[in-house]
Design a binder for this molecule. Structure first.
Ligand code: NAD
Length: 420
């Protein structure tokens, strides 16, 4: 198991971050090791009857990083490049994020190596149900709770909830979060990650004195997170000058209307064909002259090859792990780009997932205003703690956020002791 983790570049990135922080904090080796390795790593094969009658086998994964303070929590990703190592890295980041935000969860992540854009709806349903069935021995509302991530959505969660509920014989909405609202989902969960990104971008712009004029914003990845952040920032008065997806992007100096772009894509058009805008590549988007750059797609997009060409004032990491360790070392020295690190920047999603789980457990649902208010208060608290810790230690902002999360987990493990 461990050799494959070690080979994954995304796992290497998470591990390098972890070792940097435990080194800065001068923690003993035994404490470092205990929190590094995942508690459980599950590999399954997911056989799916395809629409043409053939059977295909897809590899499926779930990694539960630690169960020291509550159930594990984390998304499920459908993407052709998913590996056990990537999922292990994403599970670690979830742990640190939950600890940073004071949520009673360890981190987890799951994935199936498939291209969801090439599967029919019924193939996706069979794949999701079979993956859920394979995971039943390892999940539960107090063991491990899944949510949408790259390539999955509310419908995926509805199928998972149904499969688990049929297995136990009664409805268990709290087995997943990010469900449709009429199955026990929470108000605002769909847009929660984007709302959080927009909130922190505005807070940071304010502190840098950039709020006097409309912020010019470029967003890589116009999916659930990128589109919701764009719509919210546009509502706050920002100019969304460029957006992209896996096929490329569009740019308009005077600003795009993100709701119109989302509507265009939903009607089945390609984003790159959006009218009255210039086509650009993803690489061009990342290096546009703008106030805020938001990578909201996949890992390792800001690298040592493009980091020196970034022309933003704020780098808001909506994706998980969008910046490589080499690029981050350059950003750390470069004081004119202010980073909002991923474990803080995209925490709005897991915060509202936590609210959804709590609402499901008590079968008592909150209004949209209540969810938003609680989300902003919880994000503000995490943001404030990172700023205070940074002032106290002089750490770079990513190191401050990671150190807060990691020390909380290590402390919880010490308090519980080692079983037996
Ligand atoms: P999504 O599948 O809804 O959207 C992903 C977008 O990225 C799509 O527009 C896709 O075309 C684009 N994309 C994929 N590969 C790309 C590439 N190589 N180059 C450029 N664009 C590419 O996924 P999402 O839920 O919006 O997640 C995006 C990121 O945010 C992921 O890193 C995910 O882990 C992270 N995240 C998501 C949530 C959530 O609530 N969904 C919460 C926290 C973090």
């Amino acid at each position: 198991m461990f050799p494959e983790f070690l080979e994954s570049p995304t796992y290497q990135l998470a591990r390098q971050q972890y070792e940097r922080i435990t080194g800065l904090l001068d923690l003993p080796q035994s404490e470092r090791e205990r929190t590094l390795w995942p508690r459980r790593a599950i590999v399954v094969s997911v056989p799916v009857r395809m629409d043409n009658g053939a059977t295909r086998i897809f590899p499926g994964y779930r990694v539960q990083h630690h169960l020291s303070v509550g159930p594990t929590k984390g998304g499920l990703r459908y993407h052709p490049d998913v590996t056990l190592g990537e999922v292990a890295a994403l599970a670690m980041w979830m742990s640190w994020k939950c600890a940073l935000c004071g949520l009673p969860y360890g981190g987890a992540k799951g994935g199936v190596a498939c291209d969801p854009t090439q599967l029919s709806r019924s193939e996706l349903e069979r794949l999701t149900r079979r993956y859920t069935q394979e995971m039943i021995p390892f999940i539960g509302p107090h063991v491990d709770v899944m949510a949408p991530d790259l390539g999955t959505d509310e419908q995926t969660m509805a199928w998972m909830m149904d499969t688990y509920s049929m297995h136990v014989g009664h409805p268990v909405p709290q087995i997943v979060t990010g469900k449709p609202v009429n199955l026990g989902g929470s108000a605002c969960r769909r847009e929660a990650t984007g709302l959080g990104v927009a909130y922190l971008v505005n807070r940071t712009a304010e502190s840098l004195g950039l709020s006097g004029r409309p912020l010019r914003i470029a967003i890589q990845g116009f999916g659930k997170v990128g589109a919701a952040a764009a719509v919210q920032l546009h509502r706050f008065g920002a100019k969304i000058i460029a957006v992209s997806d896996v096929h490329g992007g569009v740019f308009r100096q005077g600003g795009l209307d993100p709701a119109a772009v989302a509507d265009f894509v939903q009607r089945g058009h390609r984003l790159v064909d959006f009218p009255d805008a210039d086509r650009i590549t993803n690489d061009e988007l990342l290096t546009l002259d703008c106030d805020v750059l938001i990578p909201a797609a996949i890992e390792r997009q800001i690298t040592e090859h493009n980091v020196r060409r970034l022309r933003c004032r704020i780098l808001a990491e909506a994706a998980n792990g969008p910046t490589t360790a080499e690029a981050d070392a350059i950003l750390r020295e470069q004081t004119d780009i202010h980073v909002i690190p991923d474990i803080l920047c995209n925490a709005g999603g897991v915060i509202v997932s936590y609210f959804e789980w709590v609402q499901d457990l008590q079968s008592f649902f909150w209004s949209e205003a209540e969810v938003r208010d609680r989300l902003y208060r919880q994000l503000e608290a995490a943001h404030h703690q990172v700023q205070q810790y940074r002032k106290k230690t002089g750490f770079y902002i990513r190191d401050a956020a990671l150190a807060l999360g990691i020390t909380r987990i290590i402390e919880a493990k010490k308090l519980r002791g080692l079983f037996p």
